[in-house]
Design a binder for this molecule. Structure first.
Ligand code: ZN
Length: 216
């Protein structure tokens, strides 16, 4: 299936420079396993030395950086072949991407009617706010907004919201501007890997649902 939703260039540059925090980096790593387009773009950002971003004054050089990046992309090498390997996780009833093989994965817990979550612990990053979310087919999630960035990679099933359709392999980056009301596709349950960045707090009804359980 064609992947239509990708991480932003800014996110891939932060991934390349090692400045993306552990939770979002895990979500992006899962996306990269299945997306040759983004592996190629990341390789270009890495080649140009993403770490230099930290030392640059913001505006003028960032603009120059973008131009040089675009030049590099024009001469990009062909994408590497996909190395997507999944591992079975019988307790959760699903196959997980290889990028999650070192994670500690909790059991499904009740979050709301037709809605479950599983806490993910990343080795060496105990404070990372990462979870699997599972919504039953046809579930209407409460309308919600975000404070900060939320990264969500679809692992199975599908979601639709005001901005489009999301299938396995798609990564959604939602920021302060996104206020949405996702609905799970009717064909099957939907499982996503989600990470919140920094001091991110979901607000609205979904946030109130999540907070007591997840402790975010
Ligand atoms: Zn991609």
């Amino acid at each position: 299936m064609t992947i239509t939703h990708h991480p932003s260039d800014e996110t891939l540059m932060r991934m390349a420079s090692g400045t993306l925090s552990a939770g979002p980096a895990l979500v992006v790593s899962v996306h990269l396993e299945g997306c040759a387009v983004c592996r190629n773009r990341l390789a270009n950002f890495e080649a140009m030395g993403g770490a230099i971003l930290d030392e640059m004054p913001p505006a003028p050089l960032a603009a120059d950086l973008f131009g040089r990046t675009m030049e590099l992309l024009d001469i990009a090498p062909p994408p590497r072949t996909s190395e997507r390997i999944t591992m079975k996780h019988p307790e959760l009833g699903l196959e997980l991407p290889r990028a999650m093989q070192d994670c500690e994965i909790g059991p499904w817990k009740w979050l709301g009617p037709g809605f479950q979550w599983s806490k993910i612990k990343i080795a060496g990053s105990p404070d990372a706010k990462v979870m699997l979310l599972k919504g039953r087919a046809g579930l209407h999630l409460p309308a919600h907004g975000h404070t900060g960035l939320e990264f969500m990679q679809i692992l199975s099933g599908s979601l639709v919201d005001e901005r489009g359709l999301y299938f396995p392999g798609d990564l959604d980056e939602a920021d302060d501007d996104v206020d949405h009301r996702p609905v799970v596709g009717h064909e099957s349950d939907c499982v996503c890997l989600a990470a919140l960045e920094g001091d991110t707090r979901l607000h609205g009804l979904l946030g109130r649902l999540l907070r007591p359980f997840v402790g975010f």
